[in-house]
Design a protein around this ligand. Structure first.
Ligand SMILES: Cc1ncc(COP(=O)(O)O)c(C=O)c1O
Length: 291
């Protein structure tokens, strides 16, 4: 048994983020309020009358439909709603890998997958984004790291912490490397929509290869981390297997969060939230640079 690897960064934040005056470690924007989501009295009345039952365990139908609409040719059967992207990442790895299996991960990164790999005895290799090349990925290093033993490649795009966005050619090269050995591609895309330098939303890996699992949540680009709503989009049979782990882990996300998330992803509200997050990022960056 390996020693347990705590998630050091989250541990530090859990202990300090609610007691310091200035929190420079948060990777999202200032959170939105319920008022930012709803102003229509009939919608407010509907929310107040919500029975706090278990929701549909894999996500209420309207929410899974709205998520599916964000991905080309996806249907609600391709979608599992989770408690944040953190749960999506966790139960997806649990579904696809067994102790001793090999995965290759992009670094630097949000280190959740790295810690899970350590704690569950997955063999971990890495490939790097290179600072001297503006954080472009070392695709040769990826290709060398991937072998017939590789079960999964994990990327984070846009990347946390560098903000680097893969080019179309780089995305295609990563897909080709995964396809060479039939590896799964786990794409953490929580920062899609939170671009600082462009108004073009970062495209998903979904649809580029039949073994893609695209992760996302409302925590970053939508400014709603407290809803604790995330999701995984993937092949329907695999999503069903991941759902079976979700039933052991959390059963479902909260009913009110499901409903508020469906409102957040409605065509009327979603663009407003994305614009709001980009404004925070674009106004905040020069202030940080000047510090
Ligand atoms: C890359 C990345 N993935 C996942 C998460 C967890 O997100 P969530 O709040 O949706 O669980 C974070 C949080 O910082 C993150 O940076």
């Amino acid at each position: 048994m390996t020693t347990f690897q705590p998630f050091d960064m989250e541990r530090m934040m859990s202990k300090w983020e609610n007691v310091v005056t200035y929190n420079l470690s948060e990777s999202g924007v200032h959170p939105a309020t319920i008022r930012d989501l709803v102003d229509d009295p009939t919608v407010i009345e509907d929310l107040l009358s919500t029975e706090l039952n278990y929701p549909q365990a894999n996500g209420i139908a309207v929410l899974r439909e709205r998520i599916a609409d964000l991905y080309p040719d996806a249907t609600p059967d391709n979608v599992l709603v989770t408690v944040g992207c953190a749960e999506a990442n966790f139960i997806t790895l649990q579904t696809l890998l067994a102790p001793g299996d090999e995965m290759v991960m992009m670094l630097p990164n949000y280190m959740q997958l790295w810690g899970i790999a350590h704690n569950y005895g997955f063999q971990l290799k890495s490939f790097h984004l290179q600072e001297e090349r503006g954080w472009a990925p070392d695709l040769e290093q990826l290709s060398d790291a991937v072998s017939e033993r590789t079960k999964l490649i994990a990327v984070c795009n846009p990347n946390n912490p560098t903000g680097y966005i893969l080019t179309e050619a780089e995305m295609e090269a990563i897909v080709a490397t995964a396809a060479r050995v039939g590896a799964w591609l786990l794409a953490d895309e929580v920062y899609s929509g939170a671009e600082r330098l462009t108004d073009t939303q970062t495209p998903s890996f979904w649809g580029r290869y039949n073994r893609v699992l695209a992760m996302n949540s409302l925590s970053k680009a939508y400014g709603l981390p407290g809803l604790r709503i995330g999701w995984v989009v993937g092949p329907a049979d695999t999503v069903d297997e991941i759902w079976a782990r979700h039933e052991y882990t959390t059963i479902s996300a909260a009913m009110l969060s499901n409903k508020l998330a469906a409102i957040a992803l409605s065509p009327q509200v979603r663009p407003r939230l994305i614009r709001r997050a980009r404004n925070y990022i674009r106004q905040g960056f020069p202030i940080l640079e000047g510090c």
